[in-house]
Design a protein around this ligand. Structure first.
Ligand code: E4P
Length: 219
């Protein structure tokens, strides 16, 4: 399973990418706001740090405006990194129209805010490169989010659909394990959760006791 980092925080992207585990980045307007920097300030650097799909979200509501905005976003990215741009469009009928048009232009599309297998199927049919089911937000309203990942995976396998599934809105490390067990192509994970995945108290205890014993035998 590929791991995307779900943040616009450059320090976190730089640090965790240095671990050699980051295959791409997803951003959204809320994540950019949280980073405390403006979109234009961070965009160039993200592409320099990570060589993989970087999702940038449009905020227009009409298909033609989404397409125009998407092209504007692509043009902001240095020519040599443009192959890595993935435009996030919302899962609406207008978003589907935009997906069809952007696909024709050879631009990668990540259809976002997907909350059902039917939405994922329509997005794939319209030409999405990626679909992003939002698991945590479904859990938040008392619906088992991971169930739609299972359904999407089954449907995409049945019809050899090439659209990749990005499990998004991940809230804790167990979501990552569940996504991987279901065979999701990608999990996009906030940096805090990636750090939790790397940690185990027995690892820390083991290091401490090895260091202590080494002090006794090193001479
Ligand atoms: C990623 O593409 C999504 O925008 C992100 O995972 C949403 O996460 P949230 O539901 O925690 O805002």
């Amino acid at each position: 399973m590929k791991i995307f980092i779900d943040t616009a925080d450059l320090d976190e992207i730089r640090e965790i990418a240095s671990w050699g585990i980051v295959d791409g980045v997803t951003t959204n307007p809320t994540l950019v706001k949280k980073s405390g920097r403006s979109f234009n300030e961070i965009i160039e650097e993200i592409f320099e740090i990570v060589d993989g799909p970087i999702s940038l979200e449009v905020i227009s509501e009409k298909a033609d405006d989404m397409v125009k905005e998407a092209k504007g976003l692509v043009s902001k990215v240095n020519q040599k990194y443009r192959k890595n741009v993935a435009i996030k469009v919302p899962m609406t009928p207008e978003g589907l129209k935009a997906t069809k048009k952007l696909k024709k232009e050879g631009i990668k599309i990540n259809v976002t805010l997907v909350f059902s297998a039917n939405q994922a199927l329509l997005a794939a049919k319209a030409g999405a490169t990626f679909v992003s089911p939002f698991i945590g937000r479904l859990d938040d309203i008392g619906q088992e989010g991971m169930q739609i990942v299972e359904e999407i995976a089954e449907i995409f396998t049945n019809y050899d659909i090439e659209t990749e599934v990005i499990v998004a809105s991940i809230r804790h490390p167990i979501h990552v394990i569940e996504a991987a067990r279901l065979g999701a192509d990608i999990a996009t994970i906030p940096p805090g959760i990636i750090r939790k995945m790397a940690k185990h108290s027995l690892t820390d205890i083991g290091i401490k006791s090895f260091l202590k014993d080494w002090e006794k035998v090193k001479k």
